[in-house]
Write a protein that binds this ligand. Structure first.
Ligand code: G6P
Length: 607
């Protein structure tokens, strides 16, 4: 969480910092601030509101300078006040810092620095960094920054200024992401490449324990011992940037509509000449044959994708598969070993709990496979192999295309494993491959449910509570549908396996309660239909989403949403789409901040 941005250039840097922060706001939006080197003084502008307020404040009292740093915060240590907002300055205003991550030893450092006479203004862990730099400064900015970096434990990406080196930004990294951009007459650094992609095509991904000095015409890289480091330049192709809302009212709506193309892009990457294939260099033939258990680990929607995925792996590859919430994985005594395949799912590739699970799985000898969207992210780099979901940049905090591409990746991996291990017969494989290829078209059909959801969402704006039910893979999609609803509308939303209702949750059903039932047909149809009847008999307003072929079985339903038939194992990918719309329009009618729901952040780098 938290986004950092820095520029060293010859023009006026503040507008670039502010624009960069707008791009990074998805990482946290409790406060925002910039610091600019201006006439040998570091000037700051901060707000406890959003970046647009920062912009208004800056425009009212602008200051000019070509070197600066900026930050958008998701509060961890200390309330979201202006004092706790970054950038933080040293006592004499000589240095400034912005930081993403958590300094785990900040209390000990703070005590040490206080005993040496340092005075702290904020409650943040971050402030120790700038005091340490002040303490170690002896005429060399780089040396002081590196000495400070070596005292820190925890996760950090930080950018710093020093008034004695007015054209320089120093950057350090340990676990939290930071990318350096090399442009013409300007250099820059950011937590996410999308914030700098409009300024450069040349990016350098800093590794843990590395630092960089940015000047308008040059960048130099070092390890924390001060030794120069050669870094590889990654050439960007221009698609990494955030191309705005493209005419949509919100990023979420734009991203909902990007799903067919995103899934199509991913499928066509792995489905060629009727065969699904993956290149996983660390997975030898012997290892592939030897896998006796699959654990799929993730948080939030990524966990929900994992719940869907387990059924696909069990049915198509015949391997026992289990899904885990990443923050729980380590505490459940995970029985993984060298015969286990552990799949880590993460859109951002940064989620702290997922990363910790990955490290635990590796420690136990498992083969780890990342299913990740952000290229070069920590989880992508630390896994033995990675499958990128190719969803493109996702800005709305509530994921849509991030989730559906994760589903598509898991379906393909299950199909591939089943085929490689000769569990799937040729006929079934052919049929599944055909269904897979048709999924983008089915998603396009599912997008046509927008008008229905929009029309009914207004009736929902006053509701206090809603319920989602489903069985088997429908339950997996219901989990995601329910999460979408609660996270952006703030309506209490509960998901219950349809058959489990009668063991408690049904006591909450009263006349008018809205119950959304997800039903893919097949073996679960009759039983889910009974559960729908049970809640309807108690006065619930029932909404059911099902494939066209199941329509005949669905009588006495208040609202029906029918989608084209597909392989039931793959139905989740289309089934969730109407509920993305329900959540979106309900949030809209309730006047919620759809792209940036309260208290949330897109990239969750705290455990
Ligand atoms: C946050 C986001 C969710 C996301 C989850 C996991 O809670 O708001 O949309 O599913 O983190 O994130 P990841 O980047 O690991 O997929």
């Amino acid at each position: 969480m938290c986004g950092i941005i820095a520029f060293s250039e010859r023009g006026s840097v503040a507008p670039h910092l502010i624009k960069g922060l707008e791009r990074l706001e998805y990482r946290g939006y409790d406060s925002a601030g910039i610091a600019v080197m201006s006439d040998c003084v570091i000037r700051t502008c901060k707000t406890t509101k959003r970046v647009n307020d920062l912009e208004a404040k800056y425009n009212a009292h602008p200051f000019y300078g070509g070197v600066g740093i900026g930050h958008t915060r998701w509060a961890t240590h200390g309330a979201p006040t202006e004092t706790n907002a970054h950038p933080h300055l040293s006592e004499d205003g000589h240095f400034a810092v912005v930081h993403n991550g958590i300094i785990e030893n900040y209390e000990a450092l703070r005590a040490e620095l206080k005993s040496e006479g340092h005075f702290f203004k904020s409650e943040t862990d971050t402030e120790v960094i700038v005091h340490l730099v002040e303490k170690y400064y002896n005429g060399s900015f780089l040396k002081a920054v590196l000495a400070a970096a070596k005292r820190l434990t925890g996760t950090f990406a930080a950018a710093l200024l020093c008034i004695d080196e007015p054209d320089t930004v120093a950057v350090i990294r340990n676990f939290s992401p930071i990318i350096v951009g090399i442009g013409t007459d300007k250099t820059m650094a950011s937590s996410d490449v999308s914030a700098i992609a409009e300024h450069t095509r040349k990016a350098v991904y800093l590794d843990d324990g590395e630092a960089a000095l940015l000047r308008p015409d040059s960048v130099s890289f070092y390890d924390f011992d001060g030794n120069p480091v050669e870094k590889e330049i990654t050439f960007l192709d221009g698609t990494e940037g955030d191309n705005g809302k493209n005419g949509a009212a919100h990023y979420m709506l734009k991203e909902i509509y990007e799903q067919p193309d995103a899934v199509r892009r991913l499928i066509s990457e792995h489905l060629k000449d009727g065969e699904v294939s993956f290149s996983l260099p660390s997975l030898s033939r012997e290892k592939l044959e030897d896998i006796d258990k699959i654990c799929i680990v993730g948080c939030g929607s990524a966990y929900h994708a994992g719940v869907s995925g387990t059924t696909a792996f069990r049915r198509l590859a015949g391997i026992p598969a289990y899904s885990y919430i990443a923050s729980e994985f380590r505490y459940m005594e995970p029985m993984v070993d060298s015969r286990s395949l552990v799949i880590l799912i993460s859109q951002s590739g940064e989620t702290a709990d997922t990363l910790a699970s990955l490290r635990e799985a590796k420690k136990r000898g498992a083969y780890t496979l990342g299913v990740v969207n952000v290229v070069g992210s920590l989880i992508a780099k630390e896994c033995d192999d990675v499958v990128y979901t190719l969803a493109g940049h996702e800005t709305a905090v509530a994921t849509t295309k991030g989730y559906t591409t994760q589903l598509a990746a898991l379906y393909m991996l299950a199909l591939w494993l089943g085929s490689e291990r000769k569990v799937l017969g040729d006929k079934r494989k052919k049929q599944l491959t055909k269904e897979l290829a048709a999924l983008p078209g089915i998603i396009e059909e599912a997008l046509k449910t927008e008008a229905h959801a929009k029309a009914h969402a207004e009736e929902m704006k006053e509701l206090e509570s809603v319920f989602f039910i489903g069985r088997g893979t429908d339950y997996a999609a219901a989990l995601e549908a329910s999460l979408k609803m609660k996270e952006i509308t703030y309506i209490h939303s509960e998901c219950c396996p349809a058959g489990e209702l009668k063991h408690g949750t049904i006591s909450l059903i009263e006349p008018g309660t809205r119950v959304f039932a997800l039903m893919s047909g097949g073996e679960v149809a009759a039983k889910t239909v009974n559960n729908i009847k049970e809640v309807r008999a108690r006065g619930a307003h029932t909404v059911c989403c099902a494939p066209v072929s199941a329509a005949a079985e669905l009588t006495d339903i208040d609202e029906m949403i029918l989608l084209p038939d597909t392989e039931p194992l793959f139905f989740n990918i289309a089934q969730v789409i109407p509920f993305q719309f329900y959540a979106y329009y309900t949030a809209l009618y309730r006047g919620c901040d759809i792209d940036k729901p309260r208290n949330l952040a897109k990239s969750v780098t705290v455990e």
